[in-house]
Design a protein around this ligand. Structure first.
Ligand SMILES: C[S@@+](CC[C@H](N)C(=O)[O-])C[C@H]1O[C@@H](n2cnc3c(N)ncnc32)[C@H](O)[C@@H]1O
Length: 226
């Protein structure tokens, strides 16, 4: 689905900021892995001085180039593994991955996490919340979703991912759920300005309604050696 504006992306980032604060925006470079058609790229493009959008699917990369045709945005039509095969990660970078981790194999995740850790970068990953029962029915109604692949998100629990990350030298600084109403309803309500602040405020009850979050996010940083 083509996203015409960044309202949903801004909402997701505002919810993340309730937990992690705004300091993550101080990184010099934002690298989004698997940017798709740019659903979440709007906020990055508007808040970072340099943005690298990595997307291997030709059709999606074409949309990204059209949508974010700006001097400070670079669209790379390749996988993250290929892009950094012969390149160094820019200093002071932060990686982002939305709806990405469960589409990668464990070996691919290991490569990505090691790249982030070795380059002393940070990362924010947002994946579907494995504890939200409503999400289980999604692939039955969405023809774009491949059932077997989508179900992999059930394995991306906090415990499993923290273990994978720590084996690569990364620690989870923050982990929380977000987007407490289903995304389709959130998007609809966000189109009405008077609902925007209410929706953000509602995110604050995440601790009491852990099963309601449509997504969960991981803010990761290299493990600090004592
Ligand atoms: C489910 S889509 C999510 C797209 C977008 N982030 C969003 O949330 O709308 C996952 C994306 O990751 C991309 N992808 C898969 N493997 C990748 C890899 N190794 N490196 C970079 N991107 C990859 C796919 O092409 C796809 O566009």
């Amino acid at each position: 689905m083509l996203f015409k504006d960044g309202k949903f992306a801004d909402f997701i980032f505002a919810s993340i900021e309730q937990v992690v604060g705004k300091d993550y925006k101080k990184h010099a470079v934002a690298i989004e892995v698997g940017a798709g058609m740019g659903r979440f790229s709007f906020t990055l493009v508007n808040n970072f001085k340099k943005v690298i959008l990595i997307e291997p699917a030709k059709a999606f990369a074409k949309v990204l180039k059209q949508q974010f045709n700006k001097k400070h945005v670079l669209v790379a039509k390749t996988t993250v593994e290929n892009y950094f095969a012969k390149r160094k990660v820019p200093k002071n970078s932060i990686f982002f991955g939305f709806h990405l981790l469960h589409h990668l194999t464990k070996a691919q995740r290991k490569k990505l996490f090691s790249l982030i850790s070795n380059s002393k970068s940070s990362a924010i990953f947002v994946d579907p919340n494995p504890w939200n029962p409503l999400l289980l029915v999604q692939p039955f109604f969405n023809r774009d979703m491949a059932f077997k692949q989508e179900m992999q998100y059930l394995k991306i629990t906090k415990a499993n991912l923290a273990k994978e990350l720590s084996l690569c030298g990364l620690e989870v600084k923050n982990h929380e759920t977000l987007c407490l109403l289903p995304p389709f309803l959130t998007k609809r309500l966000l189109s009405n300005k008077s609902w925007q602040n209410e929706l953000i405020a509602f995110e604050k009850v995440r601790k009491f309604l852990p099963f309601l979050g449509s997504y969960h996010f991981f803010y990761c940083r290299p493990i600090e050696k004592a």
